[in-house]
Design a protein around this ligand. Structure first.
Ligand SMILES: Cc1ncc(COP(=O)(O)O)c(C=O)c1O
Length: 440
C-alpha cells in the first residue's frame, strides 16, 4: 500500500495548540475519552463530513476534501483519509494519524468496528495472506501453526491481525495431532476464537492428515496445508496439498520447481479459489469498470513465470526422484556412522526429499552439529541448521506454545545437507568426506 499522502504544512500555524483543541473537540463531540485516539466508538457517518468540517473550523485548521482525501493545513494531523470499507457497504472509514499515537478508526453507517494502529493497517493491507484473508480471519482470532517451520508459515497470520499459537511436532517432524487436539481444546475452553490450523509439510514430508482432519473437524477449525516444501510428495497415495481445505505451494528459488518467486493456492472449494483469485488481483469486481467491494492485493503471478512453472511441472516426478536419490545416497554413505540419524520417512506417505536432513548426536558422533557445519563451511560447502522453531523466535516468544521440546532439540542437533537437484556424485562425496572428517 502506498504511503498515505496528504498534508499541507504551514509554518505559521500553532500546530500543537491546534492538536490539543482538536483532541478536546473530538472528545467532547464523541463523549468518550480518546486516549490518544485509540478508541472504539459507535458513530453514524450520515453527518460525518459536516461534523468534520465543523471540527476543522473549530480547531482553526484549514481542510479541503479532494475525492476521498482530506487535506489538512496542519502537520500534527498529517494523514486523514476517508475510504470505503467493502464489508460495510461503502461506509466510510476515517484514518487519523498523529505524531505520537497513530490510529485508525473504522466507521460505518451503524458503528465503528475497531481501531487499529497505523502499522497494523499497512501490514494488513499490503501483505495479508491469501488463504487467511479469503477466510475472513482477522483481529481477535487465533490460528494454530506448526511450531517447527520457517517463519513464512506464521507471518501471514500476523498480517491478518490474528494471533498465532504454536504446536510442536512429533517424531515425523510434522504437527503432533495429539498436541493439536489439546491446544484446540484448551484455547477454545478459554474462550479463544481459534479459526484455523496451518499444518506444515516439513522438508517435503506430509503431516498425518487423516488424523489432523478429524481433530480439526471436531474443533471446527479450517485445516490449511503449508505444502510449500512438499510439492511431489504423497500422503496415502495422493499428492500432497489435497488433504486440507486449502493448501499453499511455493515456487521460490530453492524449491523443487521454481518460477523465481511466487506460488500457488489450491482448494477443493471453488468459491474460495475464486475469491482468492479475485483478492490476488486487487479484488476487482466482475464488471466493466473498476469496482471494488473489498481490499485486494497484487499477488498474481505473471503469465511468463507461470509458463516457466508449468513447463517444469512435467518433470516433477524426475525432480522428486533425483532428490530422493540424493537422500538415499547420503543415507548409504553416512547412515552407518554412529550418532547420525536421518529424518524419518513416515509410513503413511512418501517425501519428496526436498532437503536431506540429519540429526547429530554429539556424544555418539564425537562432535556437535555446529562443528560439522563449520567444517563444511571451511570447505565452501553451505549447510544450514534445521528451522529454528517459532516459539524460540524472539518475535513470537510471547505466544502460546504447546510442547516445544521436540522442535528445540531438532534445531539444536539438526543439519540440512546440500540437496540441490544438480548436486553431482563427486559433490556429494566431498560433503560426506567433510562430515565424517569433522570428527575428532
Ligand atoms: C515452510 C515454508 N512456508 C512458507 C514458505 C514461503 O514460501 P515463499 O518463499 O514462496 O513465500 C517457505 C519458503 O521457503 C517455507 O519453507
Amino acid at each position: 500500500m502506498p504511503e498515505m499522502p496528504l498534508w499541507t504544512p504551514s509554518a505559521k500555524r500553532k500546530q500543537d495548540s491546534n492538536l490539543s483543541r482538536f483532541k478536546a473537540a473530538v472528545e467532547k463531540k464523541l463523549k468518550i475519552s480518546l486516549a490518544g485516539f485509540e478508541a472504539l466508538h459507535a458513530w453514524s457517518i450520515a453527518d460525518s463530513q459536516a461534523f468534520w468540517a465543523e471540527l476543522w473550523e473549530f480547531c482553526n485548521i484549514r481542510a479541503e476534501y479532494r475525492g476521498d482525501r482530506l487535506l489538512l493545513d496542519n502537520d500534527k494531523l498529517p494523514e486523514v483519509r476517508f475510504f470505503p470499507d467493502a464489508r460495510l457497504n461503502y461506509a466510510q472509514n476515517l484514518l487519523i494519524k498523529t505524531d505520537d499515537t497513530p490510529a485508525l478508526i473504522f466507521r460505518s453507517e451503524h458503528k465503528v468496528r475497531r481501531a487499529v494502529s497505523w502499522k497494523e493497517l499497512q501490514v494488513t493491507v499490503a501483505e495479508m495472506h491469501h488463504a487467511l484473508a479469503g477466510l475472513g480471519i482477522g483481529a481477535g482470532d487465533e490460528v494454530v501453526c506448526s511450531d517447527f517451520t520457517f517463519a513464512a508459515s506464521a507471518n501471514p497470520i500476523v498480517y491478518t491481525g490474528a494471533t498465532p499459537v504454536f504446536v510442536d511436532c512429533d517424531e515425523t517432524w510434522t504437527l503432533d495431532p495429539g498436541l493439536l487436539d489439546r491446544a484446540l481444546a484448551e484455547r477454545r475452553g478459554l474462550g479463544a476464537s481459534v479459526r484455523a490450523v496451518i499444518a506444515v509439510d516439513l522438508y517435503g514430508q506430509c503431516c498425518d492428515y487423516n488424523v489432523l482432519q478429524e481433530v480439526c473437524a471436531r474443533h471446527d477449525a479450517v485445516l490449511i496445508q503449508d505444502s510449500t516444501e512438499s510439492l511431489g510428495a504423497t500422503y496415502r497415495g495422493a499428492p500432497a496439498g489435497g488433504q486440507g481445505a486449502l493448501a499453499a505451494f511455493s515456487f521460490n528459488g530453492n524449491k523443487i520447481i521454481t518460477t523465481s518467486g511466487g506460488g500457488m493456492l489450491v482448494s477443493p472449494n471453488r468459491d474460495w479459489v475464486e475469491h482468492a483469485r479475485k483478492l490476488s488481483t486487487q479484488a476487482r469486481e466482475p464488471v466493466a469498470h473498476y469496482e471494488h467491494l473489498e481490499v485486494g492485493f497484487n499477488y498474481r503471478m505473471s503469465n511468463l513465470l507461470a509458463a516457466l512453472g508449468r513447463a517444469q511441472l512435467e518433470s516433477l516426478p524426475e525432480r522428486v526422484a533425483t532428490r530422493r536419490r540424493i537422500r538415499d545416497r547420503y543415507a548409504a554413505l553416512l547412515g552407518d556412522a554412529a550418532g547420525i540419524a536421518f529424518m524419518p520417512e513416515a509410513a503413511y506417505g512418501t517425501t519428496n526429499a526436498w532437503l536431506t536432513c540429519v540429526v547429530i548426536d554429539p556424544d555418539a558422533f564425537g562432535v556437535d552439529r555446529e562443528s560439522v557445519r563449520l567444517a563444511l563451511e571451511a570447505e565452501d560447502i553451505e549447510a544450514r541448521p534445521l528451522w529454528k522453531p517459532m516459539h524460540l523466535q524472539p518475535i513470537f516468544a510471547s505466544h502460546h506454545t504447546f510442547g516445544g521440546d521436540v522442535s528445540a532439540r531438532l534445531f539444536e542437533r539438526g543439519l540440512c545437507l546440500p540437496s540441490g537437484s544438480s548436486l553431482t556424485v563427486e559433490d556429494q562425496d566431498r560433503v560426506v568426506a567433510t562430515v565424517l572428517g569433522a570428527r575428532r
